[in-house]
Design a protein around this ligand. Structure first.
Ligand SMILES: [Zn+2]
Length: 66
C-alpha cells in the first residue's frame, strides 16, 4: 500500500548529541568533558579518559539568528 503521506517532519525529537570513545567506551554529551579542538574544517574531540581522538564530522550547523 502506498499512502501519500506528506508529513512535514518539523517536530523531530531532539538529537542526542553524545560522543563515544572507540577506545575506552567513554561517553559524554556535547558539550561534555571532551577536550575540544576546533579546527578550520573539523572539530576534534579528545577523550579525557584515555586521550584518544574522537573525530566528530562537521555538520552543517543551522544559522542561529539572534
Ligand atoms: Zn577514551
Amino acid at each position: 500500500m502506498s499512502t501519500n503521506h506528506t508529513s512535514t517532519s518539523d517536530a523531530e525529537p531532539r538529537p542526542k548529541a553524545v560522543l563515544f570513545c572507540p577506545d575506552c567506551g567513554h561517553e559524554s554529551g556535547l558539550p561534555g568533558d571532551w577536550i575540544v579542538d576546533e579546527g578550520p574544517n573539523r572539530t576534534t574531540h579528545t577523550c579525557p579518559a584515555c586521550d584518544a581522538t574522537v573525530e566528530d564530522r562537521p555538520r552543517p550547523a543551522p544559522a542561529l539568528a539572534p
